[in-house]
Design a protein around this ligand. Structure first.
Ligand SMILES: *Cc1c(COP(=O)(O)O)cnc(C)c1O
Length: 434
C-alpha cells in the first residue's frame, strides 16, 4: 500500500515515510491509495470476531502489504488491550464508550497503535526512535501511556510548569522507563517553539532519530476505524438504520468513521456534532468552508477553528459538497445547551456523560426529530471524570475518578526542570545521548 497526499495524489510514499514524516512536503495529509471493501469471508466471521481480530483484519486492509501479517496481529492485540462497550440509553440512543484506556479518552487507541507501528518500522535501525512532543495536557498523556515500554522508542515530553492539571502532570511524570518529562518554566507556546527548534537543529537530528507524534499521523486514524466495527457488532440490530454521531474538533474520529464506511461497514449516515466552533456544520449548510480562530468552550478538546482532517473528508467525497452533505448532517451547540444536556442525560437516563458526549447527545436528539426510526450511536469520547467542573455542576453529583487514575496521585513526580533557553535544553539532550 502506498499513501498519497491530499494536495497532490501523484506524491506517493510508503508507510514508513508516511508515519515517520507525517506531513507531506506539499502540506497535504496522507491517505491510503485504495480503500477496498472487506471480503465476504470477513463478514461471515464478523459476528464472532474479538476486538483485536477486527483490528487485525481492518488494519490489514488499510495498510495492505506494509506490515507482515503475524507482526500486525501481535501489534493490534497489544494496542487493543481494552474494550469499547456500547451502553444503550433508550429512545434509540446508544453511547459507544471510548474512554476505558489509560488516559480516559479515545486518543488512547490512536497513540497505542501508532506506538506499535513506529516501533515496528524502526526495528532494523541501530538508533532508537525519539518522539519529541510539546503538550498542553491531554495529548502528552495519551502519548506517554501509549509509548510506555515500547521497544526501540524513547519519548521526550515538554509541558508548561503549573499549566497542566495535577492529574495530567502525574500522567506525564510518573511512568519513567522510556518516558522523560521536561517541566518548562514557560507557556505551551514556549514548549512548542523549543520542539520546533529541535527538529531544525542539525546536531540533534544526527544524534537522535527524531520524530513527532502529532494528530495528523495516518496511523492514529487507522485504529479509530476499529471501534465503529466494534459498535456495529455489539448492536447487531438487523434491519435497523444505524447512524454514527461524532462529537468533533479536528475531525479525525469522523474521518475514521468514513474509512470504516468505505471498507463496507453498513453505517447509514453520520452526524457531525460541534460546540460553537461550527466550521464544518456551517460548511455542510452553506457549501462555504470558512476557518476562523477558535473560541473556548467547556468541551475544550473540540475548540478547533480550522479542522486539520477536513482535507481528508473532502478527499473521500471527491471534493463534492453535495456528496458530503448527503452523508453527514452537522449541528452545533453552545455551552449553556451542553450543560442542560449533561443534566438531562443524567436525570432521564441515569447516565453521566461528559461535555463532549453531551454535544453529541444534543445533535443525536435533533437529528432524530426528523428520523425517528433510526438508531443513533453517540461516540463517548471522554470519561466524565476528566471534566468534573461542568459535570458536577450540571448533575449536582460527584463524579468518581477511576481507580487506575486515582492511584497516580500517590506516585512521585519525576521531571527535568528547565527554562525556555533552547541551548540549555539541547545540551541536556546531548548529555542524555551519551
Ligand atoms: C480529541 C477529542 C475530540 C475531538 O476529536 P477529533 O478527532 O479531533 O474530532 C472530542 N472529544 C474528546 C474528549 C477529545 O479528546
Amino acid at each position: 500500500m502506498e499513501f498519497y497526499s491530499t494536495n497532490d495524489t501523484t506524491l506517493r510514499v510508503n508507510l514508513k515515510e508516511a508515519v515517520l514524516n507525517s506531513l507531506p512536503k506539499d502540506r497535504g495529509l496522507y491517505m491510503p491509495e485504495s480503500i477496498l471493501p472487506l471480503s465476504e469471508e470477513f463478514w461471515h466471521k464478523f459476528k464472532e470476531m474479538s476486538f483485536p481480530e477486527i483490528g487485525y483484519e481492518v488494519s490489514r486492509q488499510l495498510l495492505k502489504g506494509s506490515v507482515e501479517d503475524t507482526e500486525l496481529r501481535q501489534m493490534t492485540a497489544k494496542a487493543l488491550s481494552f474494550d469499547a462497550p456500547v451502553r444503550s440509553l433508550g429512545d434509540g440512543m446508544h453511547v459507544l464508550e471510548l474512554f476505558h484506556g489509560p488516559t480516559l479518552a479515545f486518543k488512547d487507541f490512536g497513540a497505542r497503535f501508532m506506538a506499535q507501528i513506529m516501533s515496528y518500522l524502526n526495528r532494523e535501525e541501530d538508533k532508537p526512535l525519539t518522539i519529541l512532543v510539546a503538550t498542553s495536557g491531554d495529548t502528552g498523556g495519551a502519548v506517554a501511556a501509549g509509548f510506555y515500554k515500547t521497544p526501540n522508542i524513547q519519548v521526550f515530553i515538554l509541558y508548561p510548569k503549573g499549566r497542566v492539571s495535577p492529574l495530567q502532570e502525574k500522567q506525564l511524570t510518573t511512568l519513567g522507563e522510556n518516558i522523560t518529562a521536561f517541566e518548562v518554566d514557560g507557556s505551551f507556546d514556549d514548549c512548542q517553539a523549543m520542539v520546533k527548534q529541535a527538529f531544525l537543529d542539525e546536531e540533534l537530528s544526527t544524534t537522535f532519530q527524531l520524530t513527532s507524534a502529532n494528530s495528523i499521523n495516518i496511523t492514529r486514524l487507522v485504529p479509530q476505524s476499529f471501534y465503529y466495527f466494534r459498535a456495529m457488532q455489539q448492536l447487531a440490530m438487523e434491519g435497523k438504520k444505524i447512524v454514527m454521531c461524532i462529537p468533533s474538533g479536528n475531525f479525525g474520529n469522523l474521518t475514521a468513521g468514513l474509512l470504516a464506511k468505505n471498507l463496507g461497514l453498513p453505517i447509514h449516515h453520520f452526524i457531525a456534532a460541534t460546540n460553537i466552533n461550527d466550521i464544518v456544520p456551517s460548511y455542510l449548510h452553506s457549501g462555504k468552508y470558512e476557518p476562523r480562530a477558535s473560541a473556548a468552550t467547556i468541551s475544550n478538546a473540540m475548540d478547533v477553528g480550522n479542522p486539520s482532517n477536513f482535507a481528508r473528508m473532502k478527499d473521500l467525497f471527491g471534493s463534492s459538497w453535495e456528496e458530503m452533505k448527503g452523508w453527514i448532517s452537522g449541528y452545533a451547540f453552545d455551552d449553556k445547551e451542553t450543560m442542560g444536556a449533561i443534566k438531562e442525560v443524567y436525570e432521564k437516563y441515569n447516565y453521566t456523560i461528559d461535555p463532549h458526549g453531551a454535544v453529541g447527545y444534543l445533535a443525536a436528539k435533533t437529528y432524530q426529530q426528523d428520523h425517528p426510526d433510526e438508531e443513533v450511536v453517540i461516540l463517548g469520547t471522554a470519561h466524565p471524570s476528566k471534566f468534573p467542573g461542568p459535570v458536577e455542576e450540571a448533575t449536582g453529583a460527584a463524579v468518581e475518578i477511576p481507580e487506575r487514575l486515582a492511584r497516580l496521585a500517590e506516585l512521585p513526580k519525576e521531571a527535568h526542570a528547565i527554562g525556555t533557553a533552547f541551548e540549555a535544553f539541547k545540551s541536556m539532550l546531548m548529555k542524555m545521548a551519551k
